[in-house]
Design a binder for this molecule. Structure first.
Ligand code: BGC
Length: 570
């Protein structure tokens, strides 16, 4: 397998972009490619060198584009193939690489393959999907197995009134495809080839962990905790051994040594040692691999019924998770770093603080940026955008991933108030809210009301225009921080020197250093209150800091809420 020895993404800072809420170019309330093209200079000025764009292919948008109905057409709400070509051209002119989100675990129910599979039992397309007979027990028909899906109780959806079911690991409108079928695999190679020929620089392979299934479809023996008859058992369709050979074949046939980056989403059930096999620098089929381990380290995930005050960042767990991935990866493979994406709440509401909004947003930027790996920021993080703190049930129910759970929570007896307080801090639509461009109607996103929910950031001074003009804004802090990280000396230091944690056992502080000709050290208070940190170093310089003045007395650094430093130390 041919892999590049000095891959371009090692020198880049990435940006995760949700096109529907980024910028509306034709004023129909929906973000689109012309809108995005008009904002490329903004991304360039931020210092971003690669943009992963969430799906733009034709789709009925049941799961916001992750349900593709035609891989060779751009969803008209986002634009045309010509717009994509213009985007590639304009982005490349500005030194920005474009990564497309590529869904190869499932299609939309509306994809012609699936429609044909339903209609013609002998068709080639029927073999692209996982269609199995249900089980008759005492005259009643049951799904082929007790496996649960990510979005609905069962992985199986009955086909009409037949005794057959199709398999879906996500929503019912997203049937999974059968990767054991070589003809199907070839289809995905052809699609990738088409976009690489167009000039695309890489793919983020969506839900790639799930391509291989336990084809026996035997029942899971895990306990059915909620008593609905189904269990979500990742061992049945996540990161199974066959996955490696599918991905190797895909890389060999689709990439063919071209300088294209393959980023896999491997989810939460993978061990770092397995991850290294997938992304190994010399023989791994992927180049970068997103795990979920550093996203939910605060008890927020599934925290229905808990009070907001109970959601507290577990700093030790965060450090532990960064370390175990770092330890496994740094000699063997590159690694993406991120706080959140379009599937999580905003990081300000996860690990940051509304009360210390500027301080915490800056602290999170700095802390991530100098860890080992290729950093990716999610759109709006650079402005300190917040969750939908006033979002309604209707706002959250717009997401297929949340819609069913609202019904389930009501059924379980939770009040709408409890459900709302949970969703306002944890639902993924928080991060998909409308980008805050300026203090103008609809935040300057569009001249008409956006279809996605919009927070109040632009009314609170957290918008691109206002922040551009303020030298102390979060946006300008991001720009400075990215500029430093991208300097060759610091980038090499971060990637090539050993990462050393400082005062590892401190429960409130993340502190680490990289030793070199110039040794740099990050110290961040992750709490909304003052803490102390013993500091046995000599400060040679402060490259970045989110407060004025240094409170250092007799080797004790007093750290104010979310105070964060990038020091040069001796
Ligand atoms: C994407 C989600 C999507 C799911 C199904 C993912 O992991 O990031 O947004 O709902 O795959 O395609």
């Amino acid at each position: 397998m041919e892999k590049h020895t000095n891959p371009w993404w090692r020198e880049e800072v990435g940006y995760i972009l949700y096109p529907e809420s980024f910028k509306d170019g034709n004023n129909d309330g929906i973000g689109d490619l012309p809108g995005l093209i008009s904002k490329l200079d903004y991304l360039k000025n931020l210092g971003v060198g690669m943009v992963w764009i969430c799906p733009i292919f034709s789709s009925p948008m049941e799961d916001n584009g992750y349900d593709v109905s035609d891989y060779y057409a751009i969803n008209p709400r986002f634009g045309t193939m010509e717009d994509l070509k213009t985007l590639l051209e304009e982005a490349h002119k500005r030194g920005i690489k474009i990564i497309l989100d590529f869904v190869l675990n499932h299609t939309s129910k509306e994809h012609p393959w699936f429609q044909k599979a339903l209609k013609e039992k002998d068709s080639e397309e029927r073999k692209y999907y996982l269609i199995r007979k249900g089980k008759w027990i005492d005259g009643k028909l049951y799904p082929p197995s007790n496996w649960g899906s990510f979005f609905t109780p069962s992985c199986w959806e009955r086909i009409g009134d037949s005794d057959e079911y199709y398999f879906h690991s996500f929503g019912t409108s997203m049937p999974d495809v059968d990767w054991t079928n070589p003809n199907l695999r070839k289809k995905y190679v052809e699609i990738a080839d088409f976009y690489i020929s167009l000039g695309v620089d890489g793919f983020r392979l969506d839900a790639v962990a799930h391509l291989a299934k336990d084809m026996s479809f035997e029942d899971s023996s895990l306990p059915d905790e909620d008593g609905d008859g189904f269990v979500l058992d990742p061992s049945k369709f996540s990161n199974r051994p066959e996955l490696l050979s599918y991905l190797k074949e895909f890389r060999e046939e689709a990439i063919r040594g071209r300088n294209v980056c393959l980023i896999g989403e491997v989810g939460g059930s993978i061990q770092p040692s397995e991850g290294v096999t997938f992304a190994n620098r010399h023989h791994g089929p992927l180049d970068l691999l997103f795990n979920f381990d550093t996203v939910w380290n605060n008890g927020n995930f599934g925290s229905i019924g808990k009070k907001d005050e109970e959601i507290v960042t577990n700093v030790m767990q965060l450090k532990h998770n960064f370390t175990r991935w770092y330890d496994a990866c740094h000699k063997e493979c590159d690694m993406p770093l991120y706080w959140c994406n379009h599937d999580h709440p905003r990081v300000l509401g996860q690990y940051g603080s509304r009360e210390y909004r500027k301080e915490s947003a800056k602290a999170l930027c700095l802390t991530l940026l100098f860890l080992y790996g290729t950093p990716f920021f999610y759109q709006g993080e650079e402005l300190a955008m917040d969750n939908l703190v006033e979002g309604s049930i209707a706002d959250f129910a717009q997401d297929v991933g949340t819609k069913d759970s609202i019904l389930a929570y009501r059924k379980a007896g939770y009040t709408d108030e409890e459900i709302l307080s949970f969703l306002r801090r944890s639902a993924r639509i928080n991060a998909r809210s409308i980008f805050s461009w300026e203090n103008a109607p609809y935040g300057g996103f569009s001249s008409v009301a956006p279809i996605l929910p919009q927070g109040k950031d632009y009314l609170e001074g957290y918008d691109a225009h206002t922040e551009e003009l303020d030298p102390y804004s979060v946006l300008n802090f991001y720009k400075m921080a990215i500029q430093i990280r991208k300097q060759k000396y610091y980038n090499d230091l971060v990637l090539d020197s050993q990462l050393e944690w400082v005062d590892w056992n401190h429960q409130d502080v993340i502190a680490y250093l990289h030793r070199g000709y110039q040794t740099i050290m990050v110290v961040t208070n992750m709490r909304p209150y003052q803490v102390y940190f013993t500091f046995n170093f000599q400060i040679a310089d402060i490259l970045l800091h989110n407060y004025d003045g240094v409170l250092l007395n007799n080797h004790v650094l007093t750290l104010r809420p979310f105070e964060s430093f990038l020091f040069v130390v001796k």
